[in-house]
Design a protein. Structure first.
Length: 199
């Protein structure tokens, strides 16, 4: 697909993740070597976010409480079924310790710059334990939302145009289509639980 073939309607559908996977891959391949197309995609993303914010309605007063209650119920169900809970802003490190206290979840002595161990995979999500010594290069997700809970060490997460400094116990959610990378800021390895939830 050449850049001129991509009309504004198709571009909007791509940004909204409403095209089939093959068409998305064609656009991604074309944009990889075309800075003009990448700029058009970024502009379309910014325009759609701006439109969404302009038309945003304040949520009902009880919505936060209802969402947190539903999340807590999911956490309890996950514990009962011995699943890793969905990561969220209010999760506590102390709740994760028993789930991560396994002999197979250790950093090998010969690990180089990063190491990853899958701890759970289900039909709707994948949870992995990750150690990072320096940097994780930029990536963009189109099929899943990624959540990161820092367990040890510190890092900066470059999320779009923002830099977010993370410490143990903090969770960040990486939305679809947002470029992001990680740079470790601690002298020791940064250890994190990374969860990818199907979009």
């Amino acid at each position: 697909m050449n850049e001129p073939d991509l009309d504004e309607g198709t571009l909007a559908l791509y940004v909204l993740h409403m095209l089939d996977r093959r068409e998305e891959q064609r656009i991604e391949a074309a944009s990889a070597n075309d800075p003009v197309l990448r700029a058009r995609i970024e502009e379309a993303q910014e325009t759609l976010v701006s439109l969404a914010l302009q038309q945003a309605q304040p949520p009902p007063v009880d919505l936060k409480r209802a969402i947190l209650a539903a999340v807590e119920m999911d956490i309890q169900n996950d514990r009962k079924n011995e699943r890793f809970p969905l990561l969220h802003d209010d999760i506590r490190l102390v709740d994760m310790v028993p789930l991560l206290d396994r002999e197979d979840l250790v950093l090998p002595a010969d690990a180089e710059d990063s190491h990853m161990i899958e701890v759970e995979r289900t039909s709707d999500r994948e949870t992995v334990l990750v150690w990072l010594r320096t940097v994780h290069p930029e990536e963009i997700h189109t099929d899943f939302v990624e959540r990161i809970l820092v367990l040890e060490g510190t890092c900066d997460i470059h999320l779009g145009n923002e830099v977010i400094s993370m410490i143990p116990g903090e969770v960040i959610t990486i939305p679809l289509h947002v470029p992001h990378s990680v740079r470790v800021t601690s002298a020791a390895w940064c250890k994190a639980l990374v969860q990818r939830v199907a979009a």
